[in-house]
Ligand binder design. Structure first.
Ligand SMILES: [Zn+2]
Length: 255
């Protein structure tokens, strides 16, 4: 049976999301920014929390774990490289590993850059990927612990997923990401269309995610750093993809 998801807001601009397996009743919270909105989503859906799948150690992704685990006794799965910084970890996950939520199955993809141990969970049969703070809709995470080259490699791993993969990310940054992306690719028609769509979604109080890999490939400048036209647009014709990515990320930091 296909997976079900429930997306909701947490803290100031974080997303929380529940992943539910209707066959077994298992339900995972992807990260746990804070406990109360997760509890509210569980109540609304009638689902029972069985697992928390953590993408990285930042407090705005882990702050609710201790409270939720104390109340539900759920299993906590965390990236192997950061388990020591995350409360209540029962199992660790690394590149090539498989994490189950009931009968649903995720491949673990290591995506260092934002943090060194950051991982994404790819539920291939359901075409869902939970990417934390590595890839955002029309953006990417800040390169805090790793190098730009690591982040570019991590983004390429996600870019290689099937085009119809739905992407759930950690934050609602889409409008400001689009504003920046238009400075890199002012004439990209897909970006202009996404701008109109995202404005409408925000006006209506709707989230701007999930997005898809196919759409991000057409409009997210951070996934397009190896295109000659993008390099030329920022005055870096002939430069390597890593150099172009590094420059785009540096410009975004100052934007
Ligand atoms: Zn983070």
């Amino acid at each position: 049976m296909p997976a079900q998801t429930r997306l909701f807001r947490c803290l100031s601009d974080n997303f929380g999301v529940l992943l539910h397996d209707p066959e077994t009743g298992a339900t995972a919270s992807i990260d746990a920014p804070e406990a109360a909105p997760v509890e509210a989503a569980l109540k609304e859906t009638g689902w029972t929390l069985s697992d928390i799948l953590v993408t990285h150690h930042h407090a705005d992704h882990t702050g609710g774990i201790a409270e939720l685990k104390a109340r539900h006794g759920c299993r906590v799965v965390a990236p192997a490289g950061e388990a020591g910084k995350i409360p209540g970890v029962d199992e660790t996950a690394r590149q090539g590993g498989v994490v189950k939520v009931g009968a649903l199955s995720a491949n673990v993809i290591e995506t260092p850059g934002h943090t060194l141990g950051h991982i994404a969970y790819w539920f291939h049969a359901d075409r869902l990927a939970f990417v934390g703070d590595t890839l955002f809709s029309i953006g990417c995470g800040r390169v805090i612990e790793g190098t730009p080259a690591q982040m570019w490699d991590s983004l390429k791993k996600l870019r290689d997923l099937p085009d119809d993969t739905e992407i759930f990310c950690g934050h609602e940054y889409t409008l400001s990401n689009i504003k920046f992306a238009l400075t890199v690719e002012p004439d990209n028609p897909v970006l202009a269309a996404r701008d109109a769509q995202a404005r409408r979604q925000v006006q209506e109080g709707q989230p701007t995610i999930p997005t898809t890999i196919g759409e991000e490939k057409l409009a997210n400048p951070f996934l397009r750093a190896d295109r000659a036209d993008v390099a030329a647009n920022i005055g870096m014709a002939g430069k390597s993809a890593v150099d172009v990515f590094t420059e785009i990320r540096a410009r975004k930091n100052k934007f």
